[in-house]
Design a binder for this molecule. Structure first.
Ligand code: MN
Length: 380
């Protein structure tokens, strides 16, 4: 019995507000649905952030329906849990997934805290149960842990779908809600979303913890992982008690971060051009300008030549004036301590700093609006 694990498709995302980047995100999804057909899987497990926002554009909803309806009609079950991006930011709104699931019957939505509690699939005389819990933010961590502890994995094989920050993969405070060692036992495969770079971890009990990752590069931090591991889907085989996983890659628009000393800009531009000339999919280039800031403006003008070979380029100015003294932030401490140190340097009071940190930590919760209001009042 095989199923396909995909995640974090972020349909509708328009990186740099470019039509071509929105299309790249759709193309990656289309490649995934091609893999679903080619591999003849009967179950697809999507672990959240199906869309980029909780109120997706009509264009992205139509795209999803047109791609997934033929799969549904050929008997494929498309399972999904909502990720943080899918979660409504206001109490009165509902998940888009409920339209796709309850109203259209295109997906099987698993929330964890309401029925159905699992999806059961029987193949090769194996009863496989898929459990899933929707994304829980940091503030509702207790109910998440409670839900997980009450799961009863009673199939011949059991899969758990999650969309959470997991320690130690996301180690910073407020970035994780679960620790990998404390995941509930009895599952052969932990299908995980949220983190965009692929991870495959064999656990001590022989089960596998898998992060399928996003099928396109959504953030710069993903470029390194894409180069090393590729992007795409995981084909998971549950025939044996210890599962085996085969990564299947999709074609992604190339991206590169290039550090450039502004005094060598002419040579570097020639070099980049020769490397990327004639590519079918033009790259996205992230240029990091370094060196003497007095030579920056010439370098920036010169970068325009990259328009010939790149779909898009952007630059990050890290040049320095050799006559200026620089102030360095403390290199130790947690992210919160770094932010707090910086804000204090900028003249914010301790009370304001605490409020700002709280807003950052609760940005996706219902409390955020209330906190912002308090902060705004304090500023008057
Ligand atoms: Mn995501």
């Amino acid at each position: 019995m095989q199923f396909l694990h995909i995640s974090d498709t972020h349909l509708g995302k328009r990186i740099y507000n470019l039509d071509s980047r929105e299309q790249d995100v759709y193309d990656a999804f289309s490649q995934l649905t091609d893999i679903i057909k080619r591999e003849h899987v009967k179950v697809v497990v999507h672990t959240g952030d199906l869309f980029d926002v909780y109120k997706p554009s009509n264009k992205s909803i139509k795209f999803f329906i047109d791609r997934v309806k033929p799969l549904r009609d050929s008997g494929v079950a498309f399972l999904n849990i909502p990720g943080d991006h899918d979660t409504p930011k206001v109490r009165e709104e509902i998940y888009t997934q409920r339209i796709l699931g309850e109203s259209l019957g295109l997906i099987r939505l698993l929330m964890g805290d309401q029925d159905p509690r699992y999806y059961e699939h029987v193949e090769d005389n194996l009863k496989v149960r898929f459990y899933g819990v929707r994304h829980h933010s940091n503030v509702s961590r207790d109910s998440l842990v409670n839900l997980l502890n009450n799961l009863k994995p009673e199939g011949d094989r059991n899969v758990l779908m999650l969309h959470q920050g997991i320690k130690p993969l996301l180690p910073y405070d407020s970035s994780w809600e679960l620790e990998i060692e404390s995941l509930p036992k009895g599952f052969q495969y932990y299908a995980s979303g949220h983190i965009h770079t692929r991870v495959l971890n064999r656990m001590p009990d022989g089960s596998i913890f898998g992060i399928a990752g996003s099928p396109e590069i959504m953030r710069n931090e993903e470029i390194e992982g894409w180069k090393k591991l590729g992007k795409g889907a995981y084909l998971v085989d549950l025939s044996k008690k210890e599962p085996s996983v085969q990564p299947i890659n999709v074609e992604v628009r190339p991206q590169e971060i290039i550090h450039v000393d502004v005094s060598e800009i002419d040579k570097t531009i020639l070099d980049i051009k020769s490397r990327y000339v004639g590519l079918q999919r033009k790259p996205i280039l992230h240029i990091v300008l370094e060196g003497d800031s007095n030579k920056k403006s010439y370098a920036v003008k010169k970068l325009v030549e990259l328009k010939d070979i790149a779909e898009h380029y952007r630059y990050d100015d890290r040049t320095v004036d050799p006559n200026m003294k620089t102030v360095r932030a403390e290199q130790t401490g947690t992210v919160s301590e770094l932010i707090s140190g910086y804000l204090k340097q900028q003249g914010y009071t301790q009370g304001e700093v605490d409020l700002i940190l709280e807003i950052i930590n609760k940005y996706d919760s219902d409390d955020a609006d209330e906190l912002l209001r308090k902060f705004a009042e304090g500023q008057k």
